[in-house]
Design a protein around this ligand. Structure first.
Ligand code: ZN
Length: 182
């Protein structure tokens, strides 16, 4: 297991069209394990393989939503609520006309957020690590997160969905934050 370095903008790899996985082998299983560990270490809820520099169609997601809002004992959290899922070759089959808006962020665009409008629901097909095919209609945060991650597999970032003005402002803020951190 390894926490991998995360690729950040403007790295051109984030604009690549990623290749489908044709066989689930040890390499893919290891990639999935490392991606999950990297996602937790970075406190993200989703990660696409290209964000760790691998141009394959692999996504991991764990919304880490709690059943209740009750505070969890320090010792139990956050391990107790972890339920990571790996989606291989995920594909959007259908999206709703109805849209929803979420404040989105991205581990490749550190600490910058913007409201993005996307279809509120989507139907997605994917393969799991055992090679089983799944199909599911998703809503809420999962629908948004899945669309954000599948965008990564096609070289698309959430900042491509906002106005040029908002994007320029966000990129300026990022440059400023990087400069003061340097
Ligand atoms: Zn992202």
């Amino acid at each position: 297991m390894a926490v991998l370095p995360i690729v950040e903008i403007p790295d051109p790899r984030l604009r690549l069209m990623c290749e489908p996985v044709d066989a689930i082998d040890d390499e893919v299983r290891q990639l999935s394990t490392d991606m999950i560990e990297t996602m937790y270490a970075a406190r993200g809820i989703g990660l696409a393989a290209i964000q760790v520099g691998v141009a394959r169609r692999v996504v991991v997601i764990d919304l880490q939503e709690r059943e209740t809002e009750e505070p969890v004992e320090e010792a139990e959290a956050p391990e107790a609520v972890r339920d990571p899922k790996t989606y291989i070759n995920p594909e959007i089959l259908w999206v709703s006309d109805e849209t929803s808006r979420y404040q989105e962020g991205c581990l490749s665009i550190p600490e910058q957020y913007a409201e993005v409008e996307r279809p509120a629901r989507c139907r997605v097909a994917w393969m799991d690590l055992d090679g089983q095919r799944h199909e599911e209609e998703m809503g809420g945060l999962l629908a948004t997160c899945m669309q954000h991650e599948i965008d990564h597999l096609n070289g698309v970032l959430f900042i491509d969905h906002i106005t040029r003005l908002k994007r320029d402002m966000l990129l300026k803020k990022l440059a400023k934050a990087r400069k003061s951190a340097a």
